[in-house]
Ligand binder design. Structure first.
Ligand SMILES: Cc1ncc(COP(=O)(O)O)c(C=O)c1O
Length: 377
Protein backbone atom coordinates (compact mmCIF):
# COMPACT_ATOMS: atom_id res chain seq x y z
CA UNK A 1 0.00 0.00 0.00
CA UNK A 2 1.25 3.47 -0.83
CA UNK A 3 -1.13 6.36 -0.26
CA UNK A 4 -0.14 10.02 -0.37
CA UNK A 5 -0.14 11.58 3.09
CA UNK A 6 -2.54 14.42 2.24
CA UNK A 7 -4.78 12.56 -0.20
CA UNK A 8 -8.05 14.08 1.11
CA UNK A 9 -6.70 17.58 0.77
CA UNK A 10 -5.41 16.78 -2.71
CA UNK A 11 -8.76 15.37 -3.78
CA UNK A 12 -10.40 18.64 -2.79
CA UNK A 13 -8.36 20.18 -5.59
CA UNK A 14 -10.21 17.89 -8.01
CA UNK A 15 -13.95 18.65 -7.87
CA UNK A 16 -14.45 15.90 -10.46
CA UNK A 17 -14.00 13.41 -7.61
CA UNK A 18 -17.33 14.57 -6.12
CA UNK A 19 -19.19 13.57 -9.26
CA UNK A 20 -17.43 10.69 -10.95
CA UNK A 21 -14.52 8.32 -10.93
CA UNK A 22 -12.30 9.78 -13.60
CA UNK A 23 -9.57 7.46 -14.90
CA UNK A 24 -8.88 8.69 -18.42
CA UNK A 25 -5.82 10.86 -17.88
CA UNK A 26 -4.09 9.27 -20.88
CA UNK A 27 -6.75 11.11 -22.87
CA UNK A 28 -7.04 14.41 -20.98
CA UNK A 29 -7.20 15.57 -17.42
CA UNK A 30 -9.86 17.36 -15.39
CA UNK A 31 -8.37 20.65 -14.19
CA UNK A 32 -7.41 21.00 -10.53
CA UNK A 33 -8.99 24.05 -8.87
CA UNK A 34 -5.61 25.75 -8.47
CA UNK A 35 -4.95 25.49 -12.20
CA UNK A 36 -8.36 26.84 -13.09
CA UNK A 37 -7.86 29.67 -10.56
CA UNK A 38 -4.50 30.61 -12.10
CA UNK A 39 -6.04 30.77 -15.58
CA UNK A 40 -9.10 32.65 -14.29
CA UNK A 41 -6.91 35.14 -12.49
CA UNK A 42 -4.92 35.78 -15.62
CA UNK A 43 -8.13 36.27 -17.62
CA UNK A 44 -9.67 38.54 -15.03
CA UNK A 45 -6.60 40.72 -14.71
CA UNK A 46 -6.38 40.93 -18.47
CA UNK A 47 -10.06 41.90 -18.67
CA UNK A 48 -9.38 44.86 -16.39
CA UNK A 49 -5.92 45.61 -17.82
CA UNK A 50 -4.65 44.98 -14.31
CA UNK A 51 -1.40 43.38 -15.41
CA UNK A 52 1.30 44.06 -17.97
CA UNK A 53 2.91 42.02 -20.67
CA UNK A 54 6.20 42.33 -18.82
CA UNK A 55 4.61 40.50 -15.91
CA UNK A 56 3.38 37.75 -18.23
CA UNK A 57 6.82 37.38 -19.73
CA UNK A 58 8.37 37.19 -16.27
CA UNK A 59 5.89 34.40 -15.57
CA UNK A 60 7.05 32.63 -18.74
CA UNK A 61 10.64 32.65 -17.47
CA UNK A 62 9.53 31.47 -14.04
CA UNK A 63 7.41 28.59 -15.40
CA UNK A 64 10.20 27.51 -17.75
CA UNK A 65 12.32 27.29 -14.60
CA UNK A 66 9.76 24.91 -13.08
CA UNK A 67 9.75 22.75 -16.22
CA UNK A 68 13.56 22.76 -16.20
CA UNK A 69 13.62 21.62 -12.56
CA UNK A 70 11.27 18.75 -13.43
CA UNK A 71 13.50 17.60 -16.31
CA UNK A 72 16.91 18.46 -14.83
CA UNK A 73 17.91 20.97 -17.48
CA UNK A 74 18.35 24.71 -17.84
CA UNK A 75 15.37 26.99 -18.49
CA UNK A 76 17.27 28.22 -21.55
CA UNK A 77 16.78 24.78 -23.05
CA UNK A 78 12.97 25.01 -22.83
CA UNK A 79 10.59 26.54 -25.39
CA UNK A 80 6.82 26.66 -25.02
CA UNK A 81 4.81 25.16 -27.85
CA UNK A 82 1.13 24.54 -28.41
CA UNK A 83 1.44 20.74 -28.36
CA UNK A 84 3.68 17.71 -28.84
CA UNK A 85 3.28 17.75 -32.61
CA UNK A 86 4.70 21.26 -32.85
CA UNK A 87 7.81 20.20 -30.92
CA UNK A 88 8.35 17.03 -32.96
CA UNK A 89 7.84 19.09 -36.13
CA UNK A 90 10.49 21.59 -35.03
CA UNK A 91 12.84 18.62 -34.70
CA UNK A 92 11.83 16.89 -37.93
CA UNK A 93 12.09 20.06 -39.98
CA UNK A 94 15.07 21.56 -38.21
CA UNK A 95 17.72 18.87 -37.78
CA UNK A 96 18.87 19.19 -41.37
CA UNK A 97 17.63 15.90 -42.82
CA UNK A 98 18.39 15.37 -46.49
CA UNK A 99 17.19 12.92 -49.14
CA UNK A 100 18.76 9.55 -48.38
CA UNK A 101 18.90 10.10 -44.61
CA UNK A 102 16.78 7.84 -42.45
CA UNK A 103 15.02 8.14 -39.09
CA UNK A 104 13.94 5.26 -36.85
CA UNK A 105 10.59 5.11 -35.09
CA UNK A 106 8.30 2.25 -34.02
CA UNK A 107 4.89 1.16 -35.28
CA UNK A 108 3.40 2.19 -31.92
CA UNK A 109 4.00 5.94 -32.13
CA UNK A 110 1.19 8.42 -31.65
CA UNK A 111 0.40 10.59 -34.69
CA UNK A 112 2.36 13.39 -33.01
CA UNK A 113 5.55 11.37 -33.45
CA UNK A 114 4.66 9.89 -36.82
CA UNK A 115 3.07 12.45 -39.12
CA UNK A 116 5.88 15.04 -38.87
CA UNK A 117 8.38 12.34 -39.95
CA UNK A 118 6.11 10.85 -42.62
CA UNK A 119 5.74 14.33 -44.04
CA UNK A 120 9.44 14.28 -44.88
CA UNK A 121 9.31 11.09 -46.93
CA UNK A 122 8.15 13.11 -49.95
CA UNK A 123 11.51 14.88 -49.73
CA UNK A 124 13.36 11.58 -49.87
CA UNK A 125 13.87 11.02 -46.14
CA UNK A 126 13.38 7.36 -45.27
CA UNK A 127 11.38 6.28 -42.25
CA UNK A 128 12.37 2.92 -40.78
CA UNK A 129 9.68 1.47 -38.60
CA UNK A 130 10.42 -1.08 -35.91
CA UNK A 131 7.61 -3.46 -34.98
CA UNK A 132 7.15 -2.85 -31.26
CA UNK A 133 3.42 -2.50 -30.68
CA UNK A 134 2.72 -3.91 -27.23
CA UNK A 135 6.25 -5.12 -26.77
CA UNK A 136 9.72 -3.91 -25.93
CA UNK A 137 11.64 -1.78 -28.43
CA UNK A 138 15.10 -3.14 -27.72
CA UNK A 139 18.38 -1.47 -28.51
CA UNK A 140 19.40 -4.61 -30.41
CA UNK A 141 16.28 -4.31 -32.62
CA UNK A 142 17.11 -0.72 -33.47
CA UNK A 143 20.72 -1.66 -34.02
CA UNK A 144 19.67 -3.96 -36.85
CA UNK A 145 17.93 -1.03 -38.58
CA UNK A 146 20.69 1.55 -38.50
CA UNK A 147 23.19 2.29 -41.25
CA UNK A 148 25.56 5.21 -41.97
CA UNK A 149 22.56 7.29 -43.15
CA UNK A 150 20.62 6.98 -39.89
CA UNK A 151 20.30 10.34 -38.18
CA UNK A 152 17.87 9.88 -35.29
CA UNK A 153 15.66 7.63 -33.20
CA UNK A 154 12.34 9.24 -32.30
CA UNK A 155 10.16 7.43 -29.80
CA UNK A 156 7.18 7.81 -27.46
CA UNK A 157 8.51 7.27 -23.93
CA UNK A 158 5.21 5.61 -23.01
CA UNK A 159 3.10 4.46 -25.91
CA UNK A 160 -0.54 5.33 -25.65
CA UNK A 161 -2.46 2.10 -26.31
CA UNK A 162 -0.69 -0.51 -24.21
CA UNK A 163 1.15 1.91 -21.97
CA UNK A 164 4.46 0.27 -22.78
CA UNK A 165 7.32 2.23 -21.23
CA UNK A 166 10.46 2.37 -23.36
CA UNK A 167 13.90 2.07 -21.85
CA UNK A 168 15.01 5.61 -22.62
CA UNK A 169 18.16 5.16 -20.59
CA UNK A 170 19.52 2.36 -22.77
CA UNK A 171 18.22 3.91 -25.99
CA UNK A 172 19.74 7.27 -25.07
CA UNK A 173 23.12 5.73 -24.39
CA UNK A 174 22.94 3.81 -27.66
CA UNK A 175 22.09 6.97 -29.64
CA UNK A 176 24.85 8.99 -28.01
CA UNK A 177 27.46 6.31 -28.71
CA UNK A 178 26.36 6.00 -32.37
CA UNK A 179 26.14 9.73 -33.07
CA UNK A 180 22.35 9.61 -33.50
CA UNK A 181 19.92 12.19 -32.19
CA UNK A 182 17.60 10.87 -29.51
CA UNK A 183 14.17 12.47 -29.75
CA UNK A 184 11.51 11.59 -27.16
CA UNK A 185 7.79 12.27 -26.88
CA UNK A 186 7.03 12.32 -23.15
CA UNK A 187 3.32 13.16 -23.34
CA UNK A 188 2.23 9.92 -21.69
CA UNK A 189 4.95 9.93 -19.05
CA UNK A 190 5.76 13.46 -17.97
CA UNK A 191 4.00 14.12 -14.68
CA UNK A 192 3.76 10.41 -13.80
CA UNK A 193 7.45 9.62 -13.30
CA UNK A 194 10.78 11.44 -13.05
CA UNK A 195 12.47 12.15 -16.39
CA UNK A 196 16.06 13.30 -16.38
CA UNK A 197 16.93 14.50 -19.86
CA UNK A 198 20.65 14.66 -19.17
CA UNK A 199 20.99 11.28 -17.51
CA UNK A 200 19.07 9.68 -20.39
CA UNK A 201 21.03 11.51 -23.11
CA UNK A 202 17.86 12.96 -24.58
CA UNK A 203 18.62 15.53 -27.26
CA UNK A 204 15.08 16.70 -27.86
CA UNK A 205 11.95 16.12 -25.78
CA UNK A 206 8.42 17.24 -26.56
CA UNK A 207 5.16 16.91 -24.67
CA UNK A 208 1.64 18.29 -24.39
CA UNK A 209 0.48 19.37 -20.92
CA UNK A 210 -3.25 18.60 -21.00
CA UNK A 211 -2.92 15.00 -19.80
CA UNK A 212 -0.74 14.07 -16.85
CA UNK A 213 0.42 17.63 -16.34
CA UNK A 214 -3.13 18.72 -15.50
CA UNK A 215 -3.00 21.87 -17.62
CA UNK A 216 -5.11 23.62 -20.24
CA UNK A 217 -5.07 22.56 -23.88
CA UNK A 218 -2.79 24.53 -26.18
CA UNK A 219 0.20 24.22 -23.86
CA UNK A 220 3.24 22.14 -24.73
CA UNK A 221 6.93 22.07 -23.83
CA UNK A 222 9.93 21.50 -26.02
CA UNK A 223 13.37 20.73 -24.63
CA UNK A 224 16.48 20.97 -26.77
CA UNK A 225 19.93 20.17 -25.38
CA UNK A 226 22.05 23.32 -25.38
CA UNK A 227 24.72 21.62 -27.52
CA UNK A 228 22.21 21.41 -30.32
CA UNK A 229 20.20 24.60 -30.14
CA UNK A 230 22.22 26.54 -32.67
CA UNK A 231 22.25 23.57 -35.07
CA UNK A 232 18.48 23.47 -35.29
CA UNK A 233 16.96 25.99 -37.60
CA UNK A 234 13.28 26.64 -36.98
CA UNK A 235 11.03 26.92 -40.05
CA UNK A 236 8.52 29.09 -38.22
CA UNK A 237 10.03 32.23 -36.72
CA UNK A 238 8.67 35.46 -35.27
CA UNK A 239 9.15 38.15 -32.70
CA UNK A 240 10.22 35.78 -29.93
CA UNK A 241 12.72 33.85 -32.07
CA UNK A 242 15.42 36.52 -32.19
CA UNK A 243 16.16 39.93 -33.66
CA UNK A 244 16.77 41.44 -37.07
CA UNK A 245 19.78 43.50 -38.05
CA UNK A 246 17.71 46.18 -39.80
CA UNK A 247 14.49 46.75 -41.71
CA UNK A 248 16.34 46.95 -45.02
CA UNK A 249 16.04 44.36 -47.77
CA UNK A 250 19.42 42.90 -46.80
CA UNK A 251 18.33 42.48 -43.18
CA UNK A 252 19.63 39.44 -41.33
CA UNK A 253 17.65 37.39 -38.92
CA UNK A 254 19.68 36.71 -35.78
CA UNK A 255 18.13 33.78 -33.98
CA UNK A 256 18.27 33.62 -30.18
CA UNK A 257 21.04 31.44 -28.79
CA UNK A 258 18.61 29.76 -26.38
CA UNK A 259 15.46 27.74 -26.97
CA UNK A 260 13.26 30.82 -27.41
CA UNK A 261 14.42 30.66 -31.04
CA UNK A 262 11.81 27.90 -31.38
CA UNK A 263 8.99 30.14 -30.20
CA UNK A 264 7.55 32.23 -32.98
CA UNK A 265 5.02 34.86 -31.93
CA UNK A 266 3.01 35.50 -28.77
CA UNK A 267 2.62 32.62 -26.35
CA UNK A 268 -0.39 31.00 -24.74
CA UNK A 269 -0.15 33.11 -21.59
CA UNK A 270 -3.22 31.67 -19.83
CA UNK A 271 -1.77 28.22 -20.51
CA UNK A 272 1.55 29.27 -19.01
CA UNK A 273 -0.20 30.43 -15.82
CA UNK A 274 -2.16 27.17 -15.66
CA UNK A 275 0.94 25.05 -16.20
CA UNK A 276 2.75 27.03 -13.50
CA UNK A 277 0.05 26.15 -10.95
CA UNK A 278 0.01 22.50 -12.04
CA UNK A 279 3.79 22.23 -11.73
CA UNK A 280 3.61 23.74 -8.24
CA UNK A 281 1.17 21.01 -7.23
CA UNK A 282 3.33 18.29 -8.76
CA UNK A 283 6.48 19.69 -7.12
CA UNK A 284 4.72 19.93 -3.74
CA UNK A 285 3.76 16.26 -3.89
CA UNK A 286 7.05 15.21 -5.53
CA UNK A 287 7.13 13.35 -8.82
CA UNK A 288 8.81 10.32 -7.21
CA UNK A 289 5.87 10.04 -4.81
CA UNK A 290 3.44 10.41 -7.71
CA UNK A 291 5.19 7.55 -9.48
CA UNK A 292 5.06 5.38 -6.36
CA UNK A 293 1.37 6.08 -5.95
CA UNK A 294 0.64 5.28 -9.59
CA UNK A 295 2.64 2.03 -9.43
CA UNK A 296 0.67 1.00 -6.36
CA UNK A 297 -2.79 2.02 -7.61
CA UNK A 298 -2.32 0.41 -11.04
CA UNK A 299 -1.16 -2.71 -9.15
CA UNK A 300 -4.48 -2.72 -7.25
CA UNK A 301 -6.24 -2.31 -10.58
CA UNK A 302 -4.43 -5.13 -12.40
CA UNK A 303 -4.99 -7.48 -9.44
CA UNK A 304 -8.73 -6.70 -9.55
CA UNK A 305 -8.87 -7.27 -13.31
CA UNK A 306 -6.98 -10.57 -13.02
CA UNK A 307 -9.35 -11.71 -10.26
CA UNK A 308 -12.20 -11.10 -12.71
CA UNK A 309 -10.39 -13.37 -15.18
CA UNK A 310 -9.79 -10.53 -17.66
CA UNK A 311 -6.80 -10.45 -19.97
CA UNK A 312 -4.49 -7.54 -19.26
CA UNK A 313 -2.69 -6.43 -22.40
CA UNK A 314 -0.47 -3.79 -20.81
CA UNK A 315 2.93 -5.00 -19.60
CA UNK A 316 3.03 -6.22 -16.02
CA UNK A 317 6.79 -6.21 -15.54
CA UNK A 318 7.91 -3.24 -13.45
CA UNK A 319 10.48 -2.08 -15.99
CA UNK A 320 7.81 -1.60 -18.69
CA UNK A 321 4.86 -0.37 -16.63
CA UNK A 322 3.29 3.08 -16.82
CA UNK A 323 0.08 4.74 -15.63
CA UNK A 324 -1.87 3.07 -18.46
CA UNK A 325 -3.63 -0.27 -17.97
CA UNK A 326 -5.34 -1.76 -21.03
CA UNK A 327 -7.32 -4.98 -21.01
CA UNK A 328 -9.53 -6.83 -23.43
CA UNK A 329 -13.26 -7.48 -23.24
CA UNK A 330 -15.73 -8.59 -25.90
CA UNK A 331 -17.44 -5.27 -26.54
CA UNK A 332 -15.28 -2.48 -25.10
CA UNK A 333 -17.36 0.41 -26.50
CA UNK A 334 -20.56 -0.92 -24.96
CA UNK A 335 -18.93 -1.54 -21.58
CA UNK A 336 -17.25 1.88 -21.50
CA UNK A 337 -20.61 3.53 -22.27
CA UNK A 338 -22.26 1.55 -19.45
CA UNK A 339 -19.48 2.46 -17.04
CA UNK A 340 -19.95 6.10 -17.96
CA UNK A 341 -23.64 5.85 -17.09
CA UNK A 342 -22.48 4.73 -13.64
CA UNK A 343 -20.16 7.72 -13.36
CA UNK A 344 -16.93 5.90 -14.22
CA UNK A 345 -14.88 7.54 -16.93
CA UNK A 346 -12.44 5.30 -18.81
CA UNK A 347 -11.83 4.89 -22.54
CA UNK A 348 -11.32 2.56 -25.48
CA UNK A 349 -8.09 2.44 -27.45
CA UNK A 350 -6.98 -0.16 -29.96
CA UNK A 351 -10.07 -2.30 -29.23
CA UNK A 352 -9.19 -2.49 -25.51
CA UNK A 353 -10.48 -0.72 -22.44
CA UNK A 354 -7.79 1.73 -21.35
CA UNK A 355 -7.76 2.84 -17.71
CA UNK A 356 -5.37 5.59 -16.70
CA UNK A 357 -5.56 6.73 -13.06
CA UNK A 358 -3.59 9.64 -11.63
CA UNK A 359 -2.22 10.28 -8.15
CA UNK A 360 -5.53 11.46 -6.71
CA UNK A 361 -7.45 8.27 -7.53
CA UNK A 362 -7.94 5.95 -4.57
CA UNK A 363 -8.04 2.26 -3.70
CA UNK A 364 -11.75 2.68 -2.95
CA UNK A 365 -12.31 4.00 -6.50
CA UNK A 366 -10.49 0.95 -7.91
CA UNK A 367 -12.78 -1.28 -5.86
CA UNK A 368 -15.91 0.47 -7.15
CA UNK A 369 -14.59 0.26 -10.70
CA UNK A 370 -13.89 -3.49 -10.44
CA UNK A 371 -17.25 -4.20 -8.79
CA UNK A 372 -19.12 -2.22 -11.44
CA UNK A 373 -17.15 -3.82 -14.24
CA UNK A 374 -17.95 -7.26 -12.82
CA UNK A 375 -21.65 -6.57 -13.55
CA UNK A 376 -20.90 -6.07 -17.25
CA UNK A 377 -18.31 -8.70 -18.17
C1 LIG B 1 1.81 9.54 -26.94
C2 LIG B 1 1.05 10.78 -27.28
N1 LIG B 1 1.69 11.83 -27.79
C3 LIG B 1 1.07 12.97 -28.10
C4 LIG B 1 -0.29 13.11 -27.90
C5 LIG B 1 -0.95 14.41 -28.22
O1 LIG B 1 -0.19 15.18 -29.12
P1 LIG B 1 -0.77 16.57 -29.63
O2 LIG B 1 -1.15 17.36 -28.43
O3 LIG B 1 0.33 17.16 -30.41
O4 LIG B 1 -1.96 16.26 -30.48
C6 LIG B 1 -1.01 12.04 -27.35
C7 LIG B 1 -2.47 12.07 -27.12
O5 LIG B 1 -3.25 12.93 -27.42
C8 LIG B 1 -0.32 10.85 -27.05
O6 LIG B 1 -0.96 9.80 -26.52
Amino acid sequence: MYELANIDELREQFPVTQQRIYMDHANWSPLPSSVRAAVDEFMQRRQYAASTKNEWNEKVVQVKGKVATLMNCSRNEIAFTKNTTEGISIAANGIGLRAGDNVLITDAEHAANLYPWLNLTKEGVELRILEARGRDAKVSDFERLIDPHTRAIAIDHVENWYGFRRDICRLGRFCRSHGLLFIVNATQSCGTMPIDVKENHIDILSFSCFKWLLSPYGMGCFYCDERLIERIVPREVGDRSGTISSRESDAKLILAADATRFESGNLNYPGVYGLGAALDMIADIGVERIQKKIVWITGVLTKGLSDLGLKIISPLKDEFRSAIVSFSVDDPNDIVARLLEKGIYVNVRGGMIRVSPHFYNTEQEMRVFIETLAEFV
